[in-house]
Write a protein that binds this ligand. Structure first.
Ligand code: GLC
Length: 766
């Protein structure tokens, strides 16, 4: 019988003296890194700084295997270096599969595969390019095992039974269940194996593939085309802990400016003239629709040259226009694409050529493909010097008063075929290829934009990105790209945003109403209802599709849309509280029921309900012509938001949902802040806050700061604790770091209103 391989230990790293030099590193009690150097540098785009904590652990030989034990994870390593991870109670979490894979027999030979591909079909299993696995990691799948995460993939909440690719892709066809990849690559999965939670994060930017029990019910696997073997086994007592641990590792979405939670209106085409933009602003006011932001798509530029503005269409002075709007409470967010028009004489192109900032062909010439401006070249964002240059260019927009930057087409997208794999990109300062740098291209671009806005404005940067890699959540908000005005896409937004949230992207949204195709009044209405708690709330559509602003269909669409926008604004203090918590816990605002109730098997596969924090349950209508639906209420008691009827949990109820009704339930004995009715988020501190009590008791912490800058990180924030016991109310200012406090706090109990006034001498509410 072979003996166990020898090893050596250095601090928290065990290295086996086998030819591959497999390493296990204890990062924290709940995070263990598995690493095998395959010739790539040992660094990460996803993880910033040193995340390793001094951690006590034991490493011993026990019988025929080694055992690595921390407070949260136990690993067994056998003589063949199979790794099996258990929780402290001995429940298996992630265990290596010992058998050999049994690839699906598709009954097709190579010649026919080629033939079918030539006709333009996506060949199953062949995935439109050779996907020869360089290595694969195959783990056992239990009969009762659900899998979540993976970023923005299509399909349902539970990813079990599907396969996906990690290769950032811009594909405008309707994103349906059989799409294996979209714009983002977030190779993290969260599982519940027989109810026990774990996470696995594969930190390798090269193209990779997940098969989550599609090929076999006995195993799931991850394979990559190149790169180091580099993955993290993540434990935690609860699924929430595991998500929290993953976001500890890759970073958390920072608290955004408060106005970014307001309603945002967009359409490709608006920005061609100042008159059109002003017209939209005027209509939003005229129809009494609260809003905070107008987005400018590519038409504001001069012939799609980035960092230019077609001044002629803006009365020669876009700055004046943007500033005037800002003074009236409307922010402008402008789009930027990475593709730089190949145009000698255009300063951005000339500078980039002069300083050698663009990616090149292997023969040393600058690589050219096409995007909106026609022939274009692509900044080499892997290099700090290029990011610094881009950050300076971004300032063109902030100098004009633009409040946020929308980074699009950064997969990077290209119109004349995909950028070849061997195009020379930089990996930091090392020459590399598109093959390696593709999936982190947007990540690096977003990092530059974040740094630029932070430096130029000193405010919390609002960057929106289409493509991303794990960790991009530290710099950017995401939207899910070019969806369509079809019912499957209002359905998709629930699992897609919930899985993005679990994957660290807490600030996300979809194009409300759908980007491509023509919306109908009913679809638009159900969409604004379903998405009303999505952190990013933006209606956006493609040029040439039917107009889909809320007033385009008359009544009742307009009134219903308005009703939900007004509801959204009243919930913004709650959403903002959740963001303040998220920055510390990494737990998303919008989340699947399984994150809150993992022990309840009934919620493992729910695709048409979601929760906002721990207390709000949303059950939208996502089918045409439906006016009633079944709602599953998990453990606890629940209060119908609209009529305050109470229900006990762990049951299905049938609710009426005529066109103007979004079924909404609040967990009993919850206190929620309830903002004033406003038409936009003011930069002035609120004088008063109302808290509504659902039930007769509750305990709630509410957060307040200036909603704009980073001073909260120096303690300039307030924390209020509202406690209600059998209708008896007490309010305490538990942290007073932000000077302006609420002068009045109103607590709304089921049968009475209590008003408390601030006494500045005692800093109490009476
Ligand atoms: C891409 C974006 C879309 C934008 C369009 C024009 O398709 O995803 O949001 O409107 O480009 O810039």
């Amino acid at each position: 019988m072979a003996t166990l391989p020898t090893y050596h230990q250095e601090n928290q790293t065990i290295t086996f003296n086998d030819p591959a030099k497999l390493q296990l590193t204890v990062i924290t009690p709940a995070i263990i890194r598995v690493f095998e150097n395959r010739g790539e540098p040992d660094d990460s785009y996803a993880i910033e700084g040193d995340k390793q904590q001094d951690t006590e652990f034991k490493f011993n030989q026990v019988a025929n295997h080694y055992e690595l034990i921390t407070a949260a994870l136990t690993l067994h390593i056998d003589k063949a270096l199979h790794i099996d991870a258990y929780d402290p109670a001995g429940n298996p979490l992630v265990t290596d599969y010992r058998g050999t894979r049994t690839p699906l027999d598709r009954g097709i030979d190579e010649a026919h595969k080629k033939f079918i591909k030539e006709e333009g079909h996506n060949v199953p299993g062949a995935n439109d390019q050779d996907n020869t696995a360089y290595y694969e990691v195959v783990k056992r799948l239990a009969a009762d095992e659900s899998i979540y995460g993976l970023g923005d993939k299509t399909g349902y909440m539970n990813k079990r039974g599907y396969e996906y690719d990690n290769w950032n892709t811009d594909d405008p066809a309707p994103h349906l269940e059989n799409f294996t990849r979209l714009y983002k690559s977030v190779p993290v999965m969260f599982g519940l194996k027989d109810g026990h939670p774990y996470g696995l994060f594969f930190d390798n930017p090269y193209r990779s593939h997940f098969d989550l029990g599609k090929e076999s019910a006995n195993y799931y696997f991850y394979s990559a085309e190149a790169g180091n073997l580099d993955y993290y086994i993540i434990g935690g007592k609860t699924l929430k802990d595991v998500v929290s641990n993953y976001t500890y590792l890759t970073g958390r979405t920072p608290l955004p400016q408060k106005w970014t939670l307001g309603y945002q209106q967009s359409r490709w085409g608006y920005s061609a003239t100042q008159k059109m933009v002003q017209g939209i602003v005027d209509d939003l006011h005229k129809y009494d629709l609260p809003f905070d932001v107008i987005h400018l798509d590519i038409d504001y530029m001069r012939d799609y040259r980035v960092f230019t503005w077609n001044d002629d269409a803006y009365q020669g002075n876009p700055k004046k226009f943007v500033t005037n709007l800002k003074n009236q409470g409307t922010k402008i967010v402008a789009i930027i694409d990475p593709g730089v028009k190949k145009d000698p004489g255009y300063n951005i192109y000339d500078e980039g050529i002069k300083h050698d900032y663009f990616v090149k062909r292997p023969d040393g010439n600058v690589y050219v493909n096409q995007v909106w401006p026609g022939d274009s070249v692509f900044p080499d964002f892997g290099r700090q010097a290029v990011r610094d240059w881009w950050a300076n260019n971004d300032q063109f927009l902030t100098d004009l008063g633009v409040a946020g930057i929308w980074n699009d087409m950064n997969e990077p997208a290209s119109f004349v075929g995909e950028i070849p794999q061997d195009i020379v990109f930089s990996d930091h300062d090392r020459p590399s290829t598109h093959k390696k740098m593709h999936n982190v291209y947007a990540h690096n671009m977003d990092q530059a934009t974040y740094a630029s806005i932070k430096r130029a404005t000193d405010r919390r940067p609002f960057v929106i990105t289409r493509a991303a890699y794990s960790g991009t959540q530290k710099y950017a908000t995401v939207w899910t790209g070019d969806n369509h005005s079809i019912w499957p896409h209002v359905q998709l937004l629930i699992p897609q945003l919930c899985n993005l949230g679990m994957s660290g992207f807490s600030f996300s949204g979809t194009d409300i109403g759908g980007f491509g195709s023509d919306v109908t009044p009913e679809l638009l209405t159900r969409w604004i209802e379903a998405a009303i708690f999505s952190p990013l709330l933006r209606n956006h559509s493609a040029m040439g599709t039917r107009d889909q602003e809320p007033w385009q269909f008359g009544e009742p669409t307009l009134s219903i849309y308005r009703k939900y926008l007004k509801l959204r604004y009243r919930f913004i203090p709650y959403l903002y509280d959740l963001f303040a918590k998220e920055e510390r816990s990494g737990l998303p605002l919008m989340r699947p029921l399984v994150l809150n109730y993992p022990e309840d098997r009934r919620v493992h596969d729910i695709n048409d309900q979601y929760m906002v924090g721990d207390s709000v349950l949303v059950a939208p209508i996502v089918q045409p012509s439906q006016t009633k639906r079944l709602v599953y209420l998990p453990k606890g008691d629940w209060v119908d938001f609209w009529n305050h009827q109470e229900y006990s949990g762990q049951q299905d109820i049938v609710v009426d949902a005529p066109l103007d009704k979004l079924p909404l339930f609040i967990k009993k004995n919850t206190i929620l802040p309830w903002g004033e009715e406003v038409d936009h988020i003011s930069e002035q501190p609120d004088q008063q806050m109302t808290f509504t009590v659902y039930g007769h008791s509750g305990n709630y912490h509410h957060y307040q700061d200036d909603g704009l800058d980073f001073n909260y990180r120096n303690g300039e924030y307030n924390d209020y604790q509202i406690v209600v016991e059998d209708d008896h109310v007490s309010v305490r200012l538990t942290h007073h770091g932000f000077a302006p406090v609420y002068q009045r706090i109103v607590v709304e109990l089921p049968d009475q209103l209590i008003t408390l006034n601030y006494n500045s001498k005692t800093e109490t509410y009476q």
